[in-house]
Ligand binder design. Structure first.
Ligand SMILES: [Ca+2]
Length: 287
């Protein structure tokens, strides 16, 4: 297949218009063959994953029953299928791992068709600061719940492959709250400096349904958050404007005068259970 493509490159590079004309009138009768194309995609090709798409070819008739398809680049493979019930050319484009978009012009049935593929999204390093595994690259460890020290809602915490930055190499945590009483929560204990202002927050993506995210930070006097009482309680609501869209929330808090650690808590709070919310890039940082 690659050799065939390379041969086609040479043909097209020499005289693309001429080669298309020669093929269009290969029959003996002097017919004028006029084709038109209808790609089945309507925008740029996405950068991620392999895209397989069709270009419908119209204008084929008994006298104009043969045409071919050419690509001049290795990353866009095109195959002609004039014998299909609906004649079409099939285009296969692999993922673009470069950050710049790329464009080429295919020739299908003598008609030029420009194809543009998006560049890979630039993934800026998430600033999770002191939080361990705030990016949820492959799992949700060490997020947990210290039952039975505090009541927790009913629900579940699972790793999700949906990443806030669109990275195929990372994911997020999906919190599902299934009862009316308490929000369903996960937490971790993070060592901090006392009397210090921090910023905390996350990116969240809500589901259809009625609910919101809640994030809380509590100061503790022990380094492992094991003492009974906490102080300096900060509780913030993360309510995305629309379901299915990542939105970043950021807040400020100050640790207590004796704080050695804080509990960082993320939660799904259903107004009408169940409610699902994804968290990613959960962070706690000094400004
Ligand atoms: Ca992530």
């Amino acid at each position: 297949m690659k050799q065939l493509v390379l041969a086609l490159i040479a043909t097209v590079a020499l005289a693309p218009a001429a080669s298309a004309r020669v093929r269009a009138v290969h029959r003996s009768a002097p017919h004028q063959c006029t084709f038109s194309l209808a790609p089945t995609w309507n925008a740029t090709i996405p950068s991620a994953g392999v895209t397989r798409a069709a270009v419908l070819v119209f204008g084929q008739s008994q006298d104009c029953a043969s045409w071919e398809a050419y690509s001049s680049v290795e990353w866009a493979v095109v195959e002609a299928a004039p014998l299909d019930a609906q004649p079409a050319a099939y285009v296969t484009i692999p993922a673009n791992d470069q950050t710049t978009p790329r464009t080429t012009t295919l020739i299908v049935a003598g008609v030029r068709l420009q194809v543009t593929q998006d560049g890979a999204s630039t993934v800026s390093p998430p600033r999770t600061g002191l939080v361990v595994n705030g990016t949820f690259d492959t799992n949700i460890v060490p997020w947990t719940w210290q039952s039975p020290r505090f009541p927790n809602g009913r629900g579940s915490a699972n790793w999700s492959s949906i990443d806030a930055n669109g990275s195929p190499a990372s994911g997020s945590i999906l919190l599902r709250d299934t009862d009316f009483d308490h929000p369903f929560q996960q937490l971790q204990c993070v060592p901090v400096t006392r009397n210090t202002t921090y910023r905390y927050g996350a990116r969240v993506r809500g589901s259809e349904g009625s609910g919101e995210g809640v994030m809380a930070v509590f100061s503790y006097q022990s380094t492992d958050c094991s003492d009974t009482n906490f102080s300096n309680q900060f509780v913030s609501v993360l309510r995305p404007d629309q379901p299915g869209v990542w939105q970043e929330f950021s807040f400020s808090m100050t640790t207590s005068s004796k704080a050695q650690a804080v509990l960082v808590i993320i939660a799904s709070a259903a107004t009408l259970p169940p409610y699902e919310i994804w968290y990613d890039d959960v962070f706690l940082t000094k400004p």
